[in-house]
Design a protein around this ligand. Structure first.
Ligand code: 13P
Length: 245
């Protein structure tokens, strides 16, 4: 399968820096690299980024979306609105959404379904906290997060999405999971998906940089990365992309 590198810009930068970063990334020759690279700017910069990358093979995504198609939902953005500005991907259930904005696994599942109804590829983010890992609950937590989506959309639609394993203790901490730790979880996710999941892309995220990416990308069930902080530095993000190619 074609590897995927996703850059989650979170709530960083203004339009000027978004434009500069997008322009630099648009120079990447992705055809020769044979990987997909997608950036996830803040929604308000989506159009600016889209205009910069329109002629490149770079993809555009959103960091979040409403589970509703339209209506009186002040402050929310629908899948169709994101499609219209050029988004092909959307993150659902990022741990910051789950923990800071109280998104439940059932709500995340609704968002996953809504993204697919809007013809976008959802990237379902899952992961355990340090406390949950120390209590031996990693598999249980990830099972529960995936089951909510599986129960709502069924195995085929789940497998058409992307799953990103992002352990909470590795996000923004500089403490990356070891290739062995990440591979163990990815293999469990792959096994859970069954036959249809052999082509589902499973990404690792959490303090991913050009210094640690090679070891992680070498693992058989790690098909790419979801990068936060390091995706804001164009040269660094390109280095990570080259390690995946
Ligand atoms: P960092 O790469 O900054 O740890 O963030 C990971 C992440 O949350 C990507 O979605």
């Amino acid at each position: 399968m074609k590897p995927l590198l996703a850059g989650n810009w979170k709530m960083h930068g203004l339009s000027g820096s978004a434009k500069v970063l997008a322009r630099r990334l648009a120079e990447l020759d992705l055809t020769s690299m044979d990987i997909d690279v997608v950036v996830f700017p803040p929604n308000v910069h989506a159009r600016i980024v889209f205009d910069e990358i329109a002629k490149s093979d770079l993809g555009l995504g959103a960091q979040n979306m409403s589970e509703h198609a339209s209506g009186a939902f002040t402050g929310e953005i629908s899948g169709e609105m994101l499609r219209e500005v050029g988004c092909d991907y959307v993150l659902v259930g990022h741990s910051e959404r789950r923990s800071l904005f109280s998104e439940s696994s059932d709500l995340v599942a609704e968002k996953f379904r809504s993204a697919q109804s809007s013809r976008m590829t959802p990237i379902l983010c899952v992961g355990e906290s340090l406390e949950q890992r120390q209590q031996g609950m990693t598999s249980k937590v990830i099972d529960e997060q995936i089951d909510a989506v599986l129960n709502l959309v069924g195995p085929s639609d789940l497998c058409r999405g992307v799953i990103a394993y992002e352990p909470l203790w590795a996000i923004g901490t500089g403490k990356v999971a070891s290739p062995m730790q990440a591979q163990k979880v990815h293999a469990e996710i792959r096994a859970k998906l069954g036959g249809e999941g052999s082509g589902t892309r499973l990404l690792y995220g959490g303090s991913l940089t050009s210094k640690n990416a090679a070891g992680l990308f070498a693992e058989p069930d790690i098909d790419g990365g979801l990068v936060g902080g390091a995706s804001l530095d164009g040269e660094e993000f390109i280095k990570i992309a080259r390690l995946l190619a």
